[in-house]
Structure formats: C-alpha cells, structure tokens
Write a protein of this length. Structure first.
Length: 177
C-alpha cells in the first residue's frame, strides 16, 4: 500500500509549523525563476487576501491553470508541493487545473518526492529543511516522517518520476533549459 502524505485538515484549533520557512524568508525571485523553467507563473497575493486555488485555504499555496498563487506567509513546502502538482502533469492538462490537481495516489506520492528535489534548487532551502517543515506542518507518513518516506518507502514514486522524465536514473532532478 502506498504511503501517502496527508495535510492537516484544519488550522483553526492549532497553527501547525509556526517555525516553517515561509516565502517571505526566501523572497520570490528564486522560486519564480524555478517555476518559470517548468512553464509556470508565480503570483504573489496581497497579505491577508484569500489565495486563489488554495485547496486547504490560506496560507497554503493555490493553483489555477499554469499559475501558482502564494502570499508572503505561505510555507515554502506548500508552494513547492502545489507547483509539483502542475509539474507532474503534461502541459496540455495544466490549463484545466483549478485547486485540485489530481486524484491519483501515485502522482501525490511523486509530488511529495519532487518537492524535496525542487527545494534543493532554492538557495537556503534544501530537501532536509523542507522535509522537517513538512513534518512540523502536519504531513503524515506511514514511516513517521517525510525524510523516511522519501528515503525508504517511495520506490514507486521515484520510478514514476523517472518514467516521466522528471528525474534521471540517479534520482537527480531534470531541469528544463
């Protein structure tokens, strides 16, 4: 049975991940450039405004078509997760995405692996920080942590990413020119 990441369903009772890295901590330039390499646009939303296309609600990132929406208080892991959902889709399917990109467990699992690889490209982020932030935020995995999932329980996700040309045989992210 696949190990699947599950976001917390409510931030009303307790705010998970108070110390997680936010977009304000790293700025927009590097994430915007990274997303552009995959044909995506990052749009900053005004503070306290609703985030268009956010599945979980603010401050989590949102997606509509080829656009990822985020605020300064959006966690970096959320931005990369939602962008990952668009990256794993063929470009012709991206236009129809609004809020929820997939109902496929394997794509969800692949996105959980991919977001760590994307984090390695962002200065000051990296996969280890991202995995710790995912755990702090409330993602859950069968083995107890994002890192354990990616390193020990995600063979099917790694295979899926290889088959779709997103990582090479060594597991290195393939970045478009």
């Amino acid at each position: 049975m696949p190990s699947r990441a599950i976001h917390p369903t409510s931030h009303a009772d307790a705010e998970p991940g108070l110390g997680v890295l936010r977009l304000a901590d790293i700025g927009l330039d590097a994430p915007r450039a990274l997303l552009a390499r995959f044909g995506l646009t990052l749009v900053e939303v005004a503070p306290d405004a609703p985030i268009p296309g956010s599945y979980w609600g603010a401050p989590e990132a949102g997606i509509i078509g080829t656009t990822v929406y985020a605020r300064a208080d959006t966690p970096v892991h959320s931005l990369l997760h939602e962008a990952g959902h668009l990256i794993v889709l063929p470009p012709d399917k991206r236009a129809s995405v609004h809020t929820d990109a997939t109902d496929s467990v394997i794509e969800e699992d692949a996105v959980c692996v991919l977001q760590g690889l994307l984090a390695d490209v962002l200065p000051g982020v990296g996969r280890h920080r991202l995995w710790a932030d995912m755990d702090a935020w409330g993602y859950t995995f069968r083995l107890g942590s994002a890192r354990a999932y990616v390193e020990q329980d995600a063979e099917h996700a790694w295979d899926w990413l290889r088959q779709h040309g997103l990582v090479d045989a060594a597991g290195t992210l393939v970045l478009p020119e």
